[in-house]
Design a protein around this ligand. Structure first.
Ligand code: CP3
Length: 353
């Protein structure tokens, strides 16, 4: 089984991003953009208008492959990230998930340990098979030098949606639950850890060269909650994945990690650390071992603004990371109002450096 996937993995040594993830400094650095498939692209908006619901798109390999490839064709990024969403995991566990146009995700909130027990048996293979089919087709469609990335949400970030039932400014419902009912929170996090390991193993088997774990709400965690709700669950996912697929490479993105970023670095289990846009590289990089790959961290709104601010922002990231194993990226997802010409400019400037 997976003979061709193994062959692909061998080919992966020529993928710039894989060289960086192995600790090599590559110049100019490889580049991709978080949320690179999406509404800032007219061809995405056109397909989106013809498709059904957003989740249906995620489970439709024809659609998902096409929108994943759109930014690769346009900009020639060094990595394709499969088109899906972090919320397919709660959906695969039987929680009702849907997206409201112009507003974002909605879920039927869960609140008790019994609710966790009622979540379905973990079987990502059944529900998430279209995601794996998307990856298999992508690996065949991509040029050998383009890396293929899978992903999942970190348990705390996913749990905060499962508890609040929607996006919230400060993840208050999940934070309150963490204090008021730690047994519920632990049960939910444990379920997400187990499911995420299976999910990422299957992504690697389907052809993902590396996976990124998105902890988008790290900023909401107080110091005592960071270890049990973020750091430890992510550690368990990475070690569970690597126990079964030692070749897997994992990028961990903490948004708003603040002082907790140092704890992630010290913990030493991430193959690469994705830095958010709020971090001053001049102060942050000296605290990261020179061989530990980093990714980021241009402000997505500098990419919206363009012009001199964009050029200066790009140059600052390049100057700060030169000589290190670094993957050029934004410090959070690209936003829908970003002009396509500014993305072209970014790629040209990074590659021309
Ligand atoms: O990077 C990529 O191009 C791959 C696809 C991807 C999507 N979501 C597609 C998407 C990835 C990696 C994600 C991750 C994701 N989803 C995160 C973590 C990253 C981050 O931004 O912090 C989170 C928190 C979500 C949850 C989510 N999905 C929200 C809050 C929303 C609504 C807000 C928004 O941006 O519209 C989504 C919807 C979503 N996921 C869209 C896309 C392209 C837009 C939906 C649409 O086209 O209507």
């Amino acid at each position: 089984m997976n003979a061709d996937v193994t062959g692909e993995a061998k080919g992966g040594v020529d993928r710039k991003i894989m060289k960086v993830l192995a600790g090599e400094s590559v110049w100019p650095p490889p580049v991709w953009i978080m949320r690179q498939a999406g509404r800032y692209l007219p061809e995405y908006r056109e397909m989106r208008a013809r498709a059904g619901g957003f989740l249906d798109m995620c489970y439709n390999p024809d659609f998902a492959v096409e929108v994943t490839l759109q930014p690769i064709r346009r900009f020639g990024f060094d990595a394709a990230i499969m088109f899906s969403d972090i919320l397919v995991v709660p959906h695969s566990l039987g929680q009702n998930v849907w997206f409201v146009e112009g507003e974002g995700p909605r879920l039927d909130p869960i609140a008790t340990t019994d609710d966790v027990a009622r979540l379905g048996e973990r079987d990502p293979h059944l529900h998430l098979e279209p995601v794996f089919e998307t990856l298999r087709r992508l690996r065949r469609a991509l040029a050998p030098e383009t890396a293929l990335l899978g992903f999942c949400g970190a348990p705390w970030t996913v749990a905060s949606y499962m508890i609040a039932g929607k996006s919230t400014p400060d993840q208050a419902p999940a934070r309150i639950a963490a204090y008021a009912d730690p047994a519920f929170m632990r049960a939910l996090i444990d379920r997400l850890v187990e499911t995420s390991i299976d999910y990422l193993v299957a992504q690697v088997d389907a052809g993902a060269d590396a996976v990124q774990i998105f902890e988008s709400f790290a900023s909401a965690l107080s110091a005592p909650l960071f270890e049990p709700l973020s750091l430890d669950p992510i550690r368990r996912i990475v070690s569970g994945l690597k126990a079964r697929r030692p070749q897997a490479r994992v990028i961990v993105f903490l948004r708003g990690g603040g002082p907790n970023l140092a704890r992630l670095v010290e913990a030493g289990f991430a193959d690469a650390i994705a830095l958010d846009w709020s971090l001053d590289l001049a102060r942050t990089l000296p605290g990261i071992p020179a061989k530990l790959p980093t990714q980021g961290n241009l402000d997505p709104l500098a990419l919206v603004a363009g012009g001199a601010a964009l050029d200066a922002g790009i140059d600052a990231v390049l100057a700060a990371t030169k000589g290190r194993p670094h993957i050029f990226n934004l410090g959070h997802g690209i936003v829908p109002q970003t002009p396509v010409t500014h993305v072209e400019r970014l790629v040209e400037r990074v590659r021309g450096s």
